[in-house]
Ligand binder design. Sequence first.
Ligand SMILES: Nc1ncnc2c1ncn2[C@@H]1O[C@H](COP(=O)(O)OP(=O)(O)OP(=O)(O)O)[C@@H](O)[C@H]1O
Length: 261
Amino acid sequence: MSAPATARPLLEVSGLTLRFGGMTAVDAVDFAVAPGELFAIIGPNGAGKTSIFNCLSGVYRPQQGSIRFDGEDLRGRRPDAVARLGIARTFQNIELFENLTVLDNLMLGRHQHLDYGPLAGLVYAGKARRAELTNRRVVEEIIDFLEIESIRRSLVGMLPYGLKKRVELGRALAMEPRLLLLDEPVAGMNLEETEDMARFILDIRTELGVTMVMVEHDMGLVMDIADRVLVLDFGQRIALGEPAGVQRDPAVIEAYLGAPP
Ligand SMILES: Nc1ncnc2c1ncn2[C@@H]1O[C@H](COP(=O)(O)OP(=O)(O)OP(=O)(O)O)[C@@H](O)[C@H]1O
């Protein structure tokens, strides 16, 4: 189900350009994501997908263009400031604390919500305690939602890959984001793990109402679950639309299969 076209976009990217020396990784790219939408970015290797994610999350500073999130300009904001605005992300290579439990990793995901420092926490013990209880409640809801009760006390380093990816998703959800950036959420997963992850992504949208932008190479997954797809090639937008139309687009076919002989 597509989000209504009339809704004001939650994310608006226009003329986004990122260069590394003389190489243009992202070339004047425009797109907008509506509230509640599940938006995918695809393209061959080196097309600029991760570079766009890094611009959105404040890791890279684009030379040109604008990124607006709920009307706020994201340019020049550092990753922690972007996160505080309500944008969470998962990574291609899982970034969790392997020597901590699942529960502790999720609690660390709540740190964006702490509104007191460690010293203030001593002085305002009541406030700190209330915040801790809220954090705990949110984390318990996420554990329940992602069906990971049985591993809550397990060390992340001991978990199979598919479950680690699920815990990483949980860590991002612990921030209660308004926008979730998923960087290759099913990379390296087997079929069963991919199906589980697809179900959780769809549930995040319908049950939690979180808007998502997903970079993914698994074309079957993208075509199955995305509302709209942006296709990049050599940093440029070559198509944007609903999965069925994008799949038939000659420019997209050519980008993936190479120019016809
Ligand atoms: N830090 C960097 N320094 C120099 N060039 C970079 C840097 N990061 C990315 N690039 C280049 O920018 C282009 C786009 O890379 P990017 O990683 O965004 O592509 P991608 O679509 O995510 O690729 P993949 O599917 O392989 O992850 C590539 O040519 C890449 O080599």
